[in-house]
Design a protein around this ligand. Structure first.
Ligand code: SF4
Length: 575
């Protein structure tokens, strides 16, 4: 079974913008915050917003307080006036492309044109558009009703931004034949057009299509409609629990697309469920490998092996012969800290990685025990090397453990940063620093009392390498993190800039290896290890171009670049 996710699946620009505006609102605008109508057709997101104190107001009250957000769909002008009269401050998250259609209608209505809006009568965007048409606004959603409209001297035809492009083509033909003097504005949003075109082309190459999104979401319904018209078995679902695995198990190619208001973590969950189905259907050895891979990732054993491999590479770059205790310390420390962080940070995982969240919930005690044993064993091993490595590791462990703890008392509740994790980007930076120290500084301190230039270079290589890995996972988890209020580096920078930053770091990483090896500041292994940043660069680019989809395989591949460093080092040592 091969699974394809449409490149256009998920939040469109307008919905993403509205979600971000409402999530930022409690810190920037007068509270309480509410939205006029549900922000998106997704019960989980709405529950979360409710937990954050953001309520939904469906009817405009006589008196209101705080701030109200107008959704991407927009509202009729009188609704906006009434909200203001009721006493609300307004955040207008109307999508700029919807504003463009409102402006076209308004401008022509003032000049006496009738407005024919091709759209769903009950859709809030259409209700908003109609409000700008004055007395002469008409909503039509089929060709028969078009024929019943009066003939106008002057009229414009516009479309709801998420209208079916094929249907609008028919409307254009109808107008061309009967009323060539009508002005036609193709106002279907290009995001909608691209999404629909992709479903068309996907339908040609898959055996079944899964359309993800709210059952009442008009644009999602249309995607399902297009897929069905293409003659493909189509499943319009809201969550992975609705997947008909029995019916899908016979499909060789499955396409997944999603409506404009579907968060990407829901699509990811569906992909992950199908990915599991894909492997459980294969031969037993294939299934066995997948189960092991999954178990290694969930328990962080694979990350820990990766840390050991990275440390092994660092010691060889520095020419340290007694590498074994350091490799062991790195593995035990990383194993322990990652389990602790997964145990205390399952809130975001509920969205980004439900499999991991439920695994940690079910095996809390066992995993906590494993983390304590690993942490304790790491400290004991460090003690056998010397007091300084022990104290450094001890301080790092305390810091790691206190990452999720509230360090500033409640009476200072007004302080924004009361836990280390509250600081924007702190997780990614601290993980990178901790890995860097444990894999390069600790081994170096066992042979020298100071930190020579070679150690600083290897530290920057190891640290930047881990930084890219962690920040890349943050990119995959952006929407879920945003919803639970985490401020990761990709959230601060935006996805595109974050990806550019990571690629630049990898290029610098490559340069560090080449130059340091050329000037004999580190061993010649540096030349061979240049494969690692190139490998990660290719993985990032593959994800950027949607060749690699978020799931176990991508996660495994990204973690494998540390193992690759270990394998290259071993080969270099042997030959
Ligand atoms: S579908 Fe297009 S017009 Fe509608 S909210 Fe999204 S980006 Fe804006």
């Amino acid at each position: 079974m091969k699974i394809l996710i449409a490149k256009t699946a998920g939040f469109c620009m307008g919905v993403r913008r509205a979600v971000e505006m409402v999530l930022d609102a409690p810190n920037k605008h007068e509270n309480p915050i509410s939205t006029y109508g549900p922000l998106i057709h997704n019960p989980q997101v709405l529950n979360l917003l409710e937990q954050k104190g953001i309520s939904v107001i469906n009817e405009i009250p006589d008196h209101g307080s705080g701030t109200i957000l107008i959704r991407a769909h927009g509202v009729p002008p009188n609704a906006r006036d009434n909200l203001e009269k009721a006493g609300f401050k307004i955040i207008d998250a109307t999508c700029p492309r919807v504003i463009k259609v409102q402006t076209i209608i308004h401008k022509h209505a003032e000049q006496g044109y009738a407005s024919i809006i091709i759209g769903d009568k009950d859709h809030p965007e259409v209700a908003g558009l109609l409000g700008y048409a004055g007395e002469k606004g008409y909503v039509v959603d089929n060709l028969i009703d078009l024929d019943f409209l009066p003939a106008f001297d002057r009229a414009i035809i516009v479309a709801q931004t998420t209208q079916n492009t094929l249907f609008f083509e028919k409307v254009k033909n109808w107008a061309g034949r009967k009323f060539p003097h009508y002005k036609i504005f193709d106002t279907i949003c290009d995001s909608t057009a691209k999404r629909q075109a992709e479903v068309h082309s996907m339908a040609d190459s898959v055996d079944a299509l899964i359309v993800v999104g709210g059952q009442n979401s008009g644009n999602t319904q249309r995607l399902a409609e297009i897929a069905r018209q293409a003659g493909k078995p189509t499943y319009h679902i809201e969550a992975e629990s609705e997947l008909d695995l029995k019916a899908l198990s016979s499909a060789r190619y499955i396409g997944i697309t999603a409506g404009a208001s579907t968060p990407n973590w829901i699509t990811k969950r569906i992909y992950r469920t199908l990915e599991t189905l894909h492997f459980t259907k294969r031969q037993s050895w294939y299934r066995f490998i997948f189960t092991i891979q999954r178990a290694f990732l969930l328990t962080n054993i694979y990350v820990s092996i990766g840390a050991g491999c990275l440390c092994y590479a660092c010691t060889k770059l520095l020419g340290i012969t007694d590498y074994f205790p350091h490799v062991l310390i790195s593995m035990l420390y990383v194993q322990s800290m990652h389990i602790f962080n997964n145990l205390t940070g399952t809130k975001a995982d509920r969205y980004n990685d439900p499999d991991r969240a439920s695994f940690y919930n079910k095996n809390k005690v066992l995993l906590a025990l494993l983390a304590f044993i690993a942490g304790g064993a790491g400290l004991m091993t460090a003690y056998t090397i010397g007091l300084v490595p022990f104290l450094i590791l001890f301080a790092m462990s305390i810091m790691g453990l206190s990452y999720n703890l509230t360090l500033v008392p409640k009476r200072f509740a007004r302080l924004r940063y009361r836990r280390i994790r509250d600081m924007p980007g702190s997780k990614t930076v601290l993980i990178a620093m901790a890995w860097g120290i444990v894999t390069s500084v600790l081994p170096s301190l066992s042979v020298s009392k100071s930190i020579p230039l070679s150690t600083a270079l290897v530290l920057s290589w190891s640290l930047s390498f881990v930084f890219v890995r962690s920040a890349f996972f943050d990119i995959l988890d952006m929407q879920g993190d945003r919803i639970v209020g985490k401020e990761t580096i990709p959230i601060l920078l935006g996805e595109e800039r974050a990806l550019r930053l990571l690629k630049s770091i990898l290029i610098i990483n490559l340069g560090i290896l080449l130059l340091s090896s050329s000037f004999h500041l580190i061993s010649s292994l540096g030349f061979a290890l240049t494969i690692c940043p190139i490998f990660l660069f290719v993985a990032l680019s593959a994800h950027e171009r949607s060749y690699m989809l978020p799931g176990f395989r991508l996660e495994f591949l990204v973690e494998t670049h540390f193992v690759l460093a270990g394998v290259i080092t071993l080969a270099w040592s042997l030959f």
